[in-house]
Unconditional design. Structure first.
Length: 587
């Protein structure tokens, strides 16, 4: 989701700051072994194998040493070496991770080191000129990280830092970081009681959803499902367990073997199964097995909210953003080549509508096209690519979508469109995609009978709007900081009787609201109403409805709106009308 925005101008700066930190750690912790230390979005890290553990309290000391080294302004010098000499140097220094890295470098690639003031590191570069040019940096945190991301390897110590060109940039970034922390969906998810993780009992990266979290999933999925139905999609259901040979035939096995859960083998039947890592082969099988299709059956828009299982590396799992069980809003549109333009246009409209409902009206599309690579990278013939590319451009223009073209970025099986937008913190992310596929349908033997009676292979558009329910929910939690608009809020109205005598009245009002499909809870505890209001505010409940003796006598309720405060007294019918209008407008 959170795509790295291109920040090439910071690349050398941050990579050099990582080296500076490694040098400082070497000075302070003799005997440290260096693993890897790349620049990343907004900063850098370095992985160390340390003789003794390190805590966040130790960071200021390392940072201070970095400043001393920066002040020396030592030139950073590139040095090329032969493989033998490089291995010899790193072995002598006892740097076993570097030895392993050198052994893995492809034959013929130049092996370079970068030296600065008596310290050196195996590195491809490039770097800034001297240690004084490492900008305005700050060390941020310490984490554990497995060597090469594999749990089978040793856990190393990773130190994260950030580096910028000016003090102002650094300050702004630290402020954004604070804001991001306050909005962190893992924290809010816990505070609002939306989901939990139980790594020891269920497994890492597999969230469990509490009633309010499940209600959110249900609302999100129902909304997209109803919209898809309106656009002529048909929803299907396919199982979570699939024979492995299907993925060998589809070609996924070669690309996805790393992220598939291990095989389940039925020795007696001689069949191997896998947990489903993607839907396409299942949908194409469903297309094939549900009777021979004619051109009159096309376009056929097949949709499913399907939970998929991907064994992501443990180091890459983060809350709902990267999980091992993800629910894709996956669609496959089977159509003729002539229908690609119209179907693509229809998908653009659907995505526009759905993203707009969630408040993401400002997006642009990256249209990934084939490059001039030699034959073999892209399948299907030139003319089909050319025709499909032209059809996509026409559909984007006709729908007034802003787009830029990325040549050479297409999938091997066809061109694709990615929708990129920014969240409230300015982070760029991609949720929706539409991909044209010329190859999988023929690999899996999809056919239709054309108007002239000949057998043809349909083109398939793979299409996702929100990407996955889990990831999109994580994004929405951060976008709204947990204060969901009324239509999305798992609990829309909290009824707050002032005393026990009003609980019965509250129940009757609750029943009336539920009749209109509103999601209502009653806080009937014998607590002061001030406390109940505060707690409902903390739970980010959009409406609080307070009922005292006088309200009952007057046949009204007192209404508070989250963030707006007291709206005064109104009849239950007036309240319902107000709620319906908020739901309608998306407020
Ligand atoms: Zn380096
Ligand atoms: Zn697909």
């Amino acid at each position: 989701m959170m795509k790295t925005s291109s920040q090439d101008s910071y690349h050398s700066l941050r990579h050099s700051a990582a080296h500076l930190m490694a040098q400082a750690v070497g000075d302070l912790y003799p005997g440290v072994q260096y693993a890897i230390g790349p620049p990343i979005e907004d900063g850098f890290y370095y992985d160390f194998d340390l003789p003794s553990p390190l805590k966040e309290d130790d960071l200021p000391r390392i940072e201070a040493r970095m400043r001393e080294l920066a002040a020396l302004g030592a030139p950073i010098v590139r040095r090329e070496m032969t493989r033998e000499a490089a291995l010899e140097e790193c072995s002598r220094a006892g740097q076993s991770y570097k030895v392993e890295l050198i052994r893995d470098l492809p034959e013929g690639e130049p092996i370079t080191f970068y030296d600065q003031g008596g310290w050196s590191d195996l590195c491809r570069g490039p770097h800034v000129a001297t240690t004084a040019d490492t900008g305005h940096f700050r060390l941020l945190s310490v984490a554990g990280a497995y060597w090469r991301g594999s749990e089978a390897n040793k856990m190393l110590t990773r130190i994260y830092g950030t580096a910028w060109n000016s003090e102002q940039e650094l300050e702004d970034y630290l402020k954004r970081l604070e804001e991001a922390k306050a909005r962190d969906h893992r924290k809010i998810g816990k505070d609002l009681g939306l989901f939990v993780f139980a790594a020891e009992q269920i497994g890492q990266g597999v969230p469990l959803f509490l009633p309010r979290g499940e209600m959110l999933r249900h609302i999100m999925e129902s909304y997209v499902r109803d919209t898809q139905t309106r656009y002529g999609y048909q929803h299907v259901w396919t199982a979570h367990v699939v024979r492995e040979d299907l993925y060998r035939r589809s070609g996924h096995y070669d690309n996805y073997a790393d992220v598939m859960y291990p095989p389940m083998v039925d020795e007696d039947a001689g069949v191997t199964y896998r947990l489903k890592p993607m839907n396409c082969p299942s949908h194409m099988t469903l297309y094939n097995e549900s009777g021979l299709k004619s051109y009159r059956d096309l376009p056929l828009r097949m949709a499913e909210f399907a939970t998929l299982y991907r064994y992501e590396k443990s180091g890459e799992l983060t809350g709902l953003t990267r999980v091992r069980s993800l629910t894709q809003d996956d669609c496959h549109i089977f159509c003729t080549e002539d229908q690609v333009e119209e179907e693509f246009g229809l998908a653009l409209q659907l995505i526009h509508e759905v993203l707009g409902r969630y408040g993401f009206t400002d997006y642009s599309v990256r249209l990934s096209l084939r490059g001039d690579e030699p034959d073999g990278k892209y399948v299907a013939d030139d003319e089909r690519w050319t025709r499909a590319t032209a059809a996509l451009r026409r559909a984007l223009d006709a729908n007034g979508v802003t787009y830029h073209e990325a040549t050479g970025e297409a999938a091997f099986y066809g061109p694709k469109a990615d929708f990129q937008t920014r969240d409230v913190l300015g982070r760029e992310w991609t949720a929706s995609t539409i991909q044209v596929d010329f190859i999988q349908p023929s690999r899996l033997g999809c056919r239709y009978i054309a108007a002239d009676g000949s057998e043809q292979t349909p083109v398939v558009l793979h299409r996702a709007v929100t990407g996955s329910t889990e990831r999109f929910l994580g994004l929405l939690i951060e976008q709204y900081a947990g204060a969901f608009p009324l239509w999305l809020a798992p609990v829309q109205v909290m009824l707050l009787p002032i005393a026990d005598a009003q609980v019965e009245y509250a129940s009757a009002v609750g029943a009336r609201l539920r009749q209109d499909g509103l999601r209502v809870e009653i806080d009937s505890r014998s607590e002061r109403v001030g406390l109940k209001i505060r707690e409902a505010e903390m739970q980010k409940i959009p409406y609080m409805v307070i009922m005292g003796r006088r309200d009952i006598e007057a046949g009204v309720v007192s209404v508070r709106r989250r963030g707006e405060g007291d709206l005064g007294a109104m009849s239950v019918e007036a309240l319902i009308a107000r709620l319906q209008s908020d739901i309608e407008s998306g407020a």
